[in-house]
Ligand binder design. Sequence first.
Ligand SMILES: [Fe+2]
Ligand SMILES: [Fe+2]
Length: 190
Amino acid sequence: MTISDDLLDIYVGRATGGYGLASVNQLQHALQAATLSEKAGDPPSLIVAALLHDVGHMIHDLGENPASAGIDDRHEDAGAEWLAAWFPPAVVEPVRLHVAAKRYLCAVEPSYFGTLSRDSIRSLALQGGPMSTDEVAGFDRLEWAEGATKLRRYDEAAKDPAARTRSFEYFLRYVGTCRGQALVAAAIRP
Ligand SMILES: [Fe+2]
Ligand SMILES: [Fe+2]
């Protein structure tokens, strides 16, 4: 079983459940986020991060919308840990930080809160609400803050029931590129 087989099984085989309160499913949400990243001219690592940012929602057994039951599934951590077995930090860390980036954007851009969907507002409360001043300063210093913030903007925009995207199989080309880079980096590590 390769990582591409695993991802096809998760996304094409099982990601047909709803995405919280949005009128798209997990697969459509993933494809829309990856499409926005690709259109922005991002590197393959961020396109893959956008594609797989919510994999943590699909590897737990808390149901489709745990936030509606008042549960924070910590999907950003679960997803990052799962991805770390296969991908470099440039993929893993923006995924780990995409929820923190929402809390960050709500703190530094008052207008950002107004763009959030109902399910994002509900989960924001469970995730700790907007960052404090100290948390904002800490986030600004993180190496992957910029990628995570970009990813978070794609995330919020990737809930359009009318959007058209390429297939999951199309985006697997970027998975292959990132895996290749990770394998080369591992081979030359002293
Ligand atoms: Fe998420
Ligand atoms: Fe998402």
